[in-house]
Write a new protein. Structure first.
Length: 186
């Protein structure tokens, strides 16, 4: 019987179960006591949010394969105040060192999202405003959101994945996980 878990990965946690570095960092094993499950995709150490874990290898492959264009939704706090032109640039695709990104859906969030505080908090500068945007991608290049916002001139300060397909972060706090049914992983 396969298992499917949704996990709210906190900031600073590695998306793996082991860390062999000289100064070990928190990993999934510090939060997920379920044997035989593995993450579908990754979130870098500096990112937070929704992670799907499963023991279903076929599903894991299908969700990780970029040809299936599964949408992933991110709330991104950026340094500065991007205007319509910058949002259009993010939406239409940007040329990064590894090529042109696929078109994305982008919008400015009308208000700061209701998220738990990050530990450690992001840096604030009185003279530089910040803004939250929602970015929905169907590809998953290494540190793609951060590289896209930087290329548009608005560095990422905080990055939270709030959805993978129809699965949402709703109801979870950082470090919490819940089991879901196979039918919920559409």
């Amino acid at each position: 019987m396969h298992r499917y878990l949704l996990f709210y990965k906190p900031y600073g946690v590695l998306t793996q179960f082991t860390d062999r570095s000289a100064a070990p960092r928190p990993t999934l094993k510090d939060f997920i006591p379920v044997p035989g499950v593995y993450p579908v995709g990754r979130l870098d150490q500096d990112s937070e949010g929704l992670l799907l874990l499963t023991s279903d290898g076929a599903l894991q492959h299908r969700w990780a394969d970029p040809k299936f264009d599964h949408p992933k939704t991110y709330w991104v706090q950026v340094e500065g105040d991007p205007g319509e032109e910058a949002l259009k640039q993010l939406a239409s695709g940007l040329r990064l060192l590894d090529g042109l990104t696929k078109p994305a859906r982008v919008r400015r969030l009308p208000a700061d999202p209701d998220l738990p505080p990050r530990d450690p908090p992001i840096r604030f500068r009185k003279s530089i405003p910040t803004c939250w945007i929602e970015l929905i991608l169907t590809e998953g290049r290494n540190r793609q959101v951060r590289r896209m916002t930087a290329a548009a001139g608005f560095p990422t300060l905080r990055l939270v994945r709030v959805a993978i397909g129809n699965m949402r972060l709703d109801g979870l706090k950082p470090g919490e996980w819940k089991e879901i049914a196979r039918a919920d992983v559409k």
